[in-house]
Structure formats: structure tokens, C-alpha cells
Design a protein around this ligand. Structure first.
Ligand code: GLC
Length: 688
């Protein structure tokens, strides 16, 4: 059951797709305090209560014990004590004495104190008291999540090739560098489905332009790569360069499609190209225009994009920068003591992403000027929505890969996300594991972190362990920042081990794709915490470093340097696969409980649940080349088990669940039946 409560006059975010009527009674569960215009909502937490959700954020799967702030932030050095990351995902479930879900539909800045100030108090404080709150009750956590997901609509579906392995770097500078990357993967038989184009493919960082010196025949090159089953995926940045004669800029200025200053002039900020304007993607006309601009690249054969810097990130606002320049002179010749030195540094460090600068510009929403900070968290969402809405018109019969850095609930209908600029830190690998189920709760299913870490130099073992977890991530992309160590997997000593782990991903693609699609079509989660699946098991709720992956599997990644194994908790008897590659694994039946299991650097662990099946295919160089008609099914000997395998053409928008499912059943005596959409040749491997 979902009930909606309204405070003041909220801005319509378009997060929900089911319209609910506002209730007249008071908000349940929470104590409401109004003081000096500040609304505070408090819930008394029981010692046993867990709080799940909040999507893209630091810390645990259970969010208790920290204060989070929904404020989309460009923070490439985020740590455990950060309060905000790139997104605003205001949905959580309290589970314990009383269980209920809360979705705060609010475009402005809001804090969620989950037992930080007082261990047993959950406190929400919005910047202004204009918001909708949805209270969701259900039979279980998963039921609450499912209802929320239906409220906010169906998740985005990428093309199937986007479930392959993807390689990125800031930046591959020209055609030849990309050719070499592809050649090295192919020669080493490391599967690969796409290579990313970071900001340097553009002419001086101008959206919807190509650097013709480094990419002299862009269209031809896109085609050449496709012939090798490799898609190129260009980046699109939020800021549009200010440059006379540049079409996107000229059109935006002429039609008033850019965000404005209070005096009606176009707001100027600094990002990669220097001075830019921000497209006013909250204005429906401007959104339509910006989205249609992607046509420039679609027409050149491009089938996927990533939207960046759309918090929106700003290096500086022109106004603030001028103030700093004026003040800097005052420091010249002075003895900079502690205070003055800090003031001096603070002026420079205060330039990027300054809270005050977000109050300087305005959106034109149906004729009304709305100050940006009041709707700040909707920018990335609407930039991606711009593209998603345009793709539906421009490419009605084709799925386009799209994912964004910044997001708000609702954006999951138009694209996925990556987890922003992480570091080559073991702690960030663990964080990416914990973040996955929280993101899935929001409906964001197509997601993954930059494998190996984006900032700082990675190590071979970190890369290996990260890949072993990323095998299960729908978005599996290796990405690194400028100036860091080369981290394409063929750069390391043990290329063969990397090849086999990536091949394992390809062997799993039919299962991963099937589970992804079922999660989308049934408003389910692809990654689940153990506690969601085994609610009665008090140990399961303590496990934050193992995840259920779809209906059959559990993964237990290793995220500690030099570890040659780990503790694993099995809520029930399971089959453990210790995997080096698709043809190179051991199977062992293990009883429920705590175990220490060995896993050498080249080995990953995965666990199959009883009564379930694991479906594998032969790996190939790319997703398109997989032969999905011949499958190997792994299960328990002497147990009846079945699996519903979803498959479709992978690019059209026809996702009928009934038409696209094939049911594979293994009987107690080991005989197999196949019924439904596909004709499959099934080989079984049943463990004693
Ligand atoms: C931002 C992105 C990163 C990208 C870089 C250059 O930091 O998050 O992925 O490589 O910009 O475009």
C-alpha cells in the first residue's frame, strides 16, 4: 500500500508514473517538528532496525550510523566520511520493529541523518518544506521495493551488446590508438564489445562535434569498428562551449535554451572547454532540442552514449571567478599567516562546485523562473531524459546505450549510471559491491563502477579482484583517468588469467541478461542483499560483502589485497564454483553456515542455490558472436530444478516476457525438458 503526503507546494519532479492522491491525515511513523520554517521529521529507531536504500552513497548496505545529504556532487576524491555523491536517491526502507518504505520526492537539498547525531534517531531535514512523501507498506522488504518500483516506472533496457566487456580511458586520442586497443584485445582473445570516446574526440570539448584531425573519417571509423563487433561510445558533457559560429551554442542562445542569470542573460560557468552555458534541460523545449542534438552522432552510426558532468559540475562561475581575481591582489606582499593563508587558499578551493554558485542561475519552467538550487538534483536526470526521449523518437525500433553520472529517481527509465570518479582503492571496490543493491532498489539496474579505479594507479591484483566482481555487473567497464597507469588488462603480466575471467563473463551473459530483463519486467532487483532473500536468517542480515545475483546465484567477491581466500556465509546448502575460466572450475557442494574458502588471485567464487540452475554458454569475442542455442546447465544431482531463461534479439524494443522465455527443467533423474520460445541444445553437469 502506498500513501502520499504533501507539504507546501512541491516542485513536480516527474519521478513517479502512478499519480496518487494526497492523504489528509498526518504523516505516519514520523514526529513532525516545524521551527523557524525548518521542517524536521523524526523516527525513533529500534536497536534492531536496519535502514536500506539511498542508492548511490558511501558506507554500508545498512545505512545506519551516518548522515547523508542528497545534493548531486562532483566529488572525485570521495571517502567514507563524504555525505553526498553524484546522485540524489531519496528512497529507503526501515526494516525491524516496524517495516515501511519512504520516498521523499524533493528536488532540493535534503539530509538523512540515519542515527548519526543520535544512534536511535532517523531525522530528515529538507532545505524547504515543499515536498511529497510516499509511505509504502508491504509484506516484505522486497514487496515494498516492488511497489516503489511500480510507482516510479520501468527501468531502462540497454542493447544486449552493452552486457559485454567495455574499455575506456581518458582519453584514447585518435583512431590509431583505438585500433591498437581493439587489436590487443582481439589478438589476446580478450572479449570486447565497446571502446569509449572521452572528451578528446571532440573539437575543443564541444558537444556534438568531432576532432577531424584525430578522427578524419569518423563515420568510416565507426563502421570499421562495428565490423570487428566493437561499438564506439562517445561522452556528452553538460556544458556547451561559448564560441561564435558553433551551431549548438548559437541555437541555444537564439532560442533561450540556456540557464539564465537573474537579469535574463545567459549564465556562464567554466568546465572543460572553459566558458560554457548549461542547456536548460528542465525546460521542456530546451530538453527536446538538446536531446535531438544527439542525432549528429546517431547519424554517424553511434549506438551508445555516456552523459557526464551533469550534477552539473562547475569549475567556477564567471561571477565568482571575477570576485576571486579582484580579491587576490589584496594578498600580494602580505605576510600570509595561518588565517590569511587559509583565506587565500580557500578562495581558490572554493571555486569548484560552490553551493552559492548554484543560486546564481535559473531554469525557465513553463514560463516560471526557478532558481537552480531549488531543483538542483534534477539536472542530470533531465539531461539523460532529454536523450532518452529523443531516442524514442529518433530510433523507435532500436535501443541506444545510455548512462549518466548524475541522477535522480525517475532517471532510471531513461538510462543507467556509472558510479562516478572512484579511485584505485580496495575500499572503493568494496563500496561498489555495497552500492549495487541500493541502486537496484531505486530502479537503477544498468550500473557498475569504473573497474580498476578511475583515479590513481591501479595494481594488477586490484584489477583482477575488481574484474571478478564486475563479471556480475550489468555495466562492466574498465576506465582510468588521464595520467594514471595504463590499465587495459593486456598491460599486466598474467594476461591469460584476465582473459579467462572476462571469458567467464561472456559465458554468463545469457544468465546475466535474462536476470536483468526479468528484474526490469517484474520490478525486481538484480542484485539483492542476502537479508532480502533470507529474511528469517539473522546471520544473513549481517552480511554486507556477498550479494545474491539474480535468482540462482550468490557472489562472494574478494576485496582485500594479498588475500588468498575469504570467509563466506551460506544461508543454505549451496554449490560452490571456484572459477578460473569457463572451462576451468571446480564444483563443491557445501553445507549452510560459515566457511573459510580459498581463492587464489586468478580464482573467483560463485555459489549456486539448491533448486536452481546456472546456465552457461561458450564464450566468444563479442556478445553478438555468442551461440546461445547451445547451453550448459549446472545443478545439483538428484534434485528437480528449473530455470526460466529470457532472451530476445537484444536491440529492438519488444520485450514480451511470455514470448521470450524458455523453461529448462532438470528432473531428479537428470533428464532435461525444454519448453517455450527457444530451441536449445542442453548439456548438463550435475554435482554429487
Ligand atoms: C569526469 C568523468 C570521467 C571522465 C572525465 C573526462 O571526471 O567522471 O569518467 O573520464 O570527466 O571526461
Amino acid at each position: 500500500m502506498i500513501r502520499k503526503y504533501t507539504y507546501g507546494s512541491p516542485f513536480q519532479t516527474d519521478a513517479v508514473v502512478q499519480q496518487k492522491k494526497t492523504e489528509h491525515d498526518t504523516l505516519p511513523y514520523f514526529e513532525e517538528i516545524k521551527e523557524d520554517g525548518q521542517l524536521t521529521l523524526k523516527y525513533q529507531l529500534d536497536q534492531e532496525d536496519a535502514v536500506y536504500g539511498l542508492g548511490e552513497n558511501v558506507r554500508g548496505i545498512n545505512k545506519r550510523g551516518w548522515i547523508y545529504e542528497s545534493r548531486c556532487m562532483d566529488d572525485p576524491v570521495h571517502v567514507e566520511t563524504s555525505h553526498s555523491l553524484y546522485a540524489s536517491h531519496n528512497f529507503f526502507v526501515v526494516s525491524g520493529r516496524q517495516s515501511f518504505g519512504v520516498f521523499v520526492d524533493y528536488a532540493g537539498i535534503i539530509s538523512f541523518d540515519m542515527g548519526y547525531t543520535h544512534l536511535d534517531e532517523l531525522v530528515m531535514k529538507p532545505q524547504e518544506a515543499d515536498l511529497d512523501i510516499y509511505i509504502i507498506e508491504g509484506d516484505s522488504i522486497l514487496d515494498i521495493v516492488r511497489q516503489f518500483r511500480q510507482l516510479v516506472g520501468q527501468s531502462y533496457i540497454p542493447p544486449k551488446w552493452a552486457f559485454g566487456y567495455q574499455q575506456c580511458r581518458w582519453s584514447y586520442m585518435d583512431e590509431d590508438e583505438i585500433r591498437a586497443v581493439v587489436k590487443n584485445h582481439r589478438e589476446n582473445q580478450i572479449p570486447l564489445d565497446s571502446v569509449y570516446l572521452d572528451i578528446d574526440y571532440m573539437e575543443r570539448y564541444k558537444d556534438f562535434s568531432i576532432n577531424e584531425e584525430t578522427f578524419p573519417d569518423f563515420e568510416g571509423f565507426v563502421q570499421e569498428m562495428k565490423e570487428q563487433h566493437v561499438r564506439l561510445v562517445p561522452i556528452i558533457d553538460a556544458g556547451v562551449k561559448i564560441e561564435e559560429g558553433y551551431e549548438t551554442y548559437e541555437e541555444g542562445v537564439k532560442n533561450h535554451y540556456f540557464c539564465k542569470n537573474a537579469d535574463g542573460t545567459d549564465f556562464v560557468a567554466g568546465v572543460w572547454p572553459g566558458r560554457v552555458h548549461f542547456p536548460d534541460v528542465l525546460n521542456p523545449k530546451a530538453r527536446d532540442w538538446f536531446g535531438k542534438s544527439y542525432k549528429f552522432l546517431l547519424d554517424k552510426g553511434i549506438e551508445g552514449f555516456w552523459n557526464d558532468m551533469n550534477e552539473p559540475a562547475l569549475f567556477y562561475s564567471e561571477e565568482h571567478l571575477q570576485q576571486v581575481f579582484e580579491k587576490l591582489g589584496e594578498f600580494q606582499g602580505r605576510n600570509l599567516d595561518l588565517d590569511t593563508y587559509n583565506q587565500f587558499l580557500g578562495m581558490i578551493h572554493g571555486l569548484p562546485n560552490n553551493r552559492e554558485d548554484y543560486k546564481l542561475f535559473f531554469h525557465n519552467i513553463n514560463g516560471k523562473m526557478v532558481r537552480h538550487d531549488k531543483v538542483h538534483n534534477l539536472f542530470g536526470y533531465n539531461m539523460t531524459r532529454a536523450a532518452g526521449e529523443a531516442f524514442e523518437e529518433l530510433e523507435p525500433d532500436k535501443r541506444i546505450l545510455m548512462f549518466s553520472r548524475s541522477s535522480y529517481v525517475g532517471m532510471h527509465r531513461y538510462g543507467g549510471i556509472w558510479m562516478g570518479d572512484n579511485k584505485a582503492w580496495w575500499g572503493h571496490l568494496l563500496m561498489s559491491i555495497k552500492m549495487q543493491p541500493s541502486l537496484n532498489m531505486m530502479g537503477i539496474l544498468y550500473t557498475g563502477a569504473d573497474i580498476g579505479g578511475f583515479g590513481d594507479d591501479t595494481t594488477e591484483d586490484l584489477m583482477m579482484r575488481w574484474l571478478q566482481f564486475a563479471v556480475f555487473n550489468p555495466l562492466m567497464r574498465n576506465h582510468a583517468a588521464m595520467g594514471t597507469r595504463d590499465q587495459e588488462v593486456y598491460r599486466f603480466d598474467h594476461t591469460e588469467d584476465f582473459r579467462k575471467i572476462i571469458q567467464m563473463r561472456y559465458a554468463l551473459v545469457p544468465y546475466i541478461y535474462s536476470e536483468y530483463m526479468k528484474a526490469v519486467l517484474k520490478s525486481d532487483m538484480y542484485f539483492k542483499p542476502l537479508s532480502f532473500v533470507y529474511p528469517e536468517d539473522s546471520h544473513a542480515s549481517q552480511v554486507e560483502d556477498q550479494l545474491m545475483v539474480g535468482e540462482s546465484l550468490m557472489c562472494a567477491p574478494i576485496y582485500t589485497q594479498n588475500a588468498t581466500g575469504r570467509y563466506v556465509y551460506l544461508p543454505e546448502e549451496m554449490l560452490m564454483l571456484r572459477v578460473r575460466g569457463p572451462e576451468d572450475y571446480t564444483c563443491e557442494r557445501m553445507c549452510s553456515g560459515h566457511h573459510y574458502v580459498d581463492a587464489k588471485l586468478s580464482e573467483m567464487l560463485l555459489f549456486l542455490r539448491p533448486g536452481h540452475l546456472l546456465v552457461l554458454v561458450q564464450p566468444a569475442d563479442s556478445v553478438e558472436q555468442l551461440d546461445t542455442t547451445k547451453v550448459k546447465v549446472i545443478g545439483f544431482k538428484g534434485q528437480r530444478a528449473s530455470y526460466e531463461l529470457y532472451d530476445d534479439d537484444g536491440f529492438s524494443r519488444n520485450y514480451d516476457l511470455d514470448q521470450n522465455v524458455t523453461k529448462i527443467t532438470v528432473e531428479e533423474d537428470g533428464s532435461v525438458t525444454v519448453a517455450g520460445a527457444a530451441k536449445l541444445c542442453v548439456e548438463t553437469e550435475l554435482a554429487e
